[in-house]
Design a protein around this ligand. Structure first.
Ligand code: ADQ
Length: 734
């Protein structure tokens, strides 16, 4: 069951409150409408940036006076930094790119760096707020990296992310130079929500294309962390909009509208932020075509366009405003008379009652967005309609809302002739049909509110099984945990170290041959190897030649190919530990894989003794990926009666003897040699280390996972640099 007491920490770019002359002013916009519409029994804390210099005291004092169910947590930021992050990256890069408007994109490396810094700062700030059962819900494209940064500091905290804007197709998204960082950032979340299924599908294909991962069933595994995906269309607070639309104030305002346009028979309404994505230019063109094609309506119909000012200081937006102003002037000049204004155009903010009056007054709402994550205006219009004389919605097929508003008239806004005909059709729909349409959609919105939206999302996040709560964190900012120190001391400083290689002793490199030991790591291994008290065993998926080269002069045990081959340091000899079934499968698998290597440019086959890998990291991406799926299927089909596993890794397909397993190796190793007088510590970052951890846990050893993923290990560290710090600390102890 959903726990009503859990606090929801909602995080958005900005807090929805501004302080002006000691007064708190509420902002407007789709995200604010959706979040403030939530009526939840869970306590809500809303965190967000507040830009400005020396404003902390005033802001906090004003907040104190505010009476609100929601608590607010401001994160103060200097205006200059905010400008670079918000205008420089969010609005100059992400907003246009995510809306397919690539010609508006302006890259600036230093703005990207600021975006990273600000996301990091927010994550750090949040980490000081989060209590044990809090659930964190991060909103929108301004904060795409926060999930990763926060997960790193608070791995046990449930983190959700919701994208309010569209996610574009892979072909668009891949243009973003930092596409991989953005995806890695957001994949730190446990659940990612979208308005529409198409956005989810595009996200999955971008993850596949950019990161080379193959997500399954709405779930993505990246760096051994699972992220669930889901579709949660945002909604509005039905009751609030009904109440406002029925209020006296709204009725008075509506009368005013009626009086001011009493000769007008039909009113078409547009309510949009003045943004290039909203397609106001297309709306005006379509309206012009309508007046041309249906001259009988001239003098009897009016387009009321409310455009909300947004980013008014930015050149592109100034140009857009000029363009719209000119188009409105031209159309009014062309069709207007002394008594008739075809377009009434307002460029300002309005109060909720004024907006409700416009909604109730208009016969048709016309939405011509070129791209729109959802479009809450359409929902607000439907809910605000009077039951006796409801209006009709004409809705662009490029909005998320079109999937949920089944009775709206769907149009392609680029087809201005179709839109003109849709206007004609809409104003001629009989009342009974309009009522039928409005009732169906109103009923849907009565049941599916902003609260339902939030609860569905949070319930799914709540149900998410977060990483093992028991894993204790080892950090270079603290000391080695006392239990580990005691275990080492109890064994008189005698120690067996079981160490993975890639990602543990070295960082993961895209070129495996470049993942070499640093001087710092070499020095440590050398020091351990020469003391009598410490035994080191390197256990890796690498083949024996590579390990031999890396550890040539060190007196350490080596287990290559996940323990299939073992180097006995006292005898200076390699031995094979897996049963040799190789003859049965190796040659035929190799033949198939070589065929694929010939077919796919720049791909190659790596022959290990008990495994074969087909690597395609430098090959043409799409083609290679397609062939990788084919290869895997073919191998699984042909090898199904042999003792092998076929695994798809990062740009690699591997077939290996199934007894080549680190856990199996460890069991053999501990039986073969007597380490009973030694404390045993295993460190690894990979999925293949899990069998080793399980085996060692049952032998009372100390197991340490590197990275944030779930694991059977008892301890965890953030990254490979912490491993070196840890080993140095141990060295100092001995
Ligand atoms: P927006 O782009 O802001 O939101 P939208 O969903 O249409 O777009 O919401 C606009 C909001 O602002 C509505 O609640 C409306 O009432 C209000 N509004 C508009 N004009 C106003 C005016 N002149 N004065 C006062 N209020 C006004 C982003 C995405 C959308 C997505 C939402 C929610 O771009 O696609 O639907 O988030 O997820």
């Amino acid at each position: 069951m959903f726990d009503k007491k859990n606090r929801w920490i909602i995080v958005s770019n900005r807090l929805p409150l501004e302080v002006k002359n000691d007064e708190i002013i509420r902002g407007s916009g789709g995200l604010i409408t959706a979040i403030t519409g939530i009526d939840s029994a869970n306590p809500i804390l809303w965190a967000g940036l507040v830009p400005g210099e020396d404003i902390e005291n005033d802001y906090l004092a004003s907040l104190k006076k505010l009476k609100d169910k929601i608590q607010y947590h401001p994160i103060f930021i200097k205006k200059k930094e905010y400008h670079k992050y918000y205008n420089g990256f969010c609005n100059d890069v992400l907003w246009p790119l995510l809306h397919y408007e690539t010609e508006y994109v302006r890259y600036d490396l230093s703005n990207w760096k600021t975006y990273i810094d600000v996301n990091k700062k927010i994550a750090r700030n949040l980490s000081t707020l989060i209590a044990k059962d809090d659930i964190v819900w991060i909103h929108d494209f301004h904060l795409l990296l926060v999930p990763k940064f926060l997960k790193k500091i608070k791995p046990n905290c449930k983190i959700g992310f919701f994208l309010h804007v569209p996610f574009p197709s892979y072909e668009i998204f891949r243009q973003l130079p930092m596409a991989n960082h953005i995806l890695e950032g957001v994949l730190g979340a446990d659940l990612i929500g979208f308005h529409d299924y198409s956005y989810l599908r595009y996200f999955v294909s971008s993850v596949r294309g950019v990161l080379g991962i193959y997500p399954t069933k709405m779930q993505i595994e990246f760096n051994q962390h699972q992220t669930k995906l889901g579709v949660f269309p945002a909604s509005i607070n039905y009751q609030i909009f009904r109440e406002i639309s029925k209020s006296q104030e709204t009725a008075l305002l509506m009368d005013k509208w009626k009086q001011s346009s009493f000769e007008i028979e039909k009113v078409i309404l547009g309510v949009d932020r003045l943004d290039y994505t909203k397609g106001i230019d297309l709306k005006l063109k379509a309206y012009e075509v309508f007046l041309e094609k249906y001259p009988q309506w001239r003098g009897r119909i009016q387009l009321l366009q409310l455009a909300t000012p947004t980013r008014t200081e930015v050149p592109e937006y100034i140009n857009l405003k000029n363009e719209i102003d000119m188009a409105v002037g031209r159309i009014n000049g062309k069709f207007g008379t002394a008594n008739y204004v075809p377009i009434k155009y307002m460029f300002n903010f309005v109060t909720p009652s004024e907006l409700a009056a416009l909604y109730a007054h208009a016969d048709v709402l016309l939405v011509t967005s070129k791209r729109d994550g959802m479009n809450l205006v359409a929902l607000e219009y439907i809910v605000s309609q009077n039951n006796d004389d409801p209006g009709v919605v004409i809705l662009s097929e490029f909005t998320g809302a079109v999937s949920h508003l089944s009775e709206a008239i769907s149009i392609n806004p680029w087809n201005i002739y179709e839109t003109a005909d849709a206007i004609f059709h809409a104003i001629n729909i009989p009342l009974s049909e309009k009522a039928r349409k409005n009732n169906i959609m109103k009923k849907f919105l009565f049941n599916y509110t902003a609260t339902t939206w939030a609860q569905r999302f949070m319930q799914e996040l709540e149900a998410y099984k977060v990483v093992d709560q028991k894993m204790r964190h080892i950090s270079s900012e603290e000391n080695i945990p006392l239990e580990i120190q005691t275990a080492i001391k109890n064994h008189h400083n005698n120690l067996l170290l079981l160490l993975d290689y890639d990602g543990t002793l070295t960082p993961i490199r895209s070129e495996p041959s470049k993942a070499l030991l640093t001087l710092r790591a070499r020095r440590l291994i050398h020091k351990f190897a020469i003391t009598q008290k410490v035994d080191v065993c390197i256990i890796s998926g690498r083949d024996r030649d590579f390990l031999k080269r890396q550890f040539e002069n060190y007196n350490v045990y080596l287990a290559a190919e996940h323990g299939a081959q073992f180097y006995n340091k006292s005898k200076g000899k390699w031995m094979t530990l897996v049963t040799d079934h190789k003859k049965k499968w190796y040659a035929s698998a190799l033949k198939i894989m070589l065929d694929f290597a010939n077919m796919v440019p720049s791909s190659y086959v790596e022959r290990k003794d008990y495994a074969i890998c087909w690597h395609y990291r430098n090959s043409p991406v799409e083609f290679a990926r397609y062939q990788a799926v084919k290869l895997r299927n073919e191998l699984e089909e042909l090898m199904r009666n042999y003792p092998v596993n076929v695994i798809s890794g990062k740009k690699v397909v591997e077939i290996k003897d199934h007894s080549a397993n680190k856990g199996v190796f460890l069991r053999w190793f501990l039986n073969r040699y007597d380490f009973s007088d030694k404390a045993i510590i295993a460190i690894g970052d990979d999925a293949t280390d899990e069998s080793l951890f399980k085996e060692l846990n049952s032998n009372k050893g100390i197991t340490i996972k590197v990275g944030a993923a779930n694991s059977a290990a008892t301890y965890r560290m953030d990254e490979h640099t912490d491993v070196l710090w840890f080993l140095e600390k141990i060295d100092q102890m001995l």
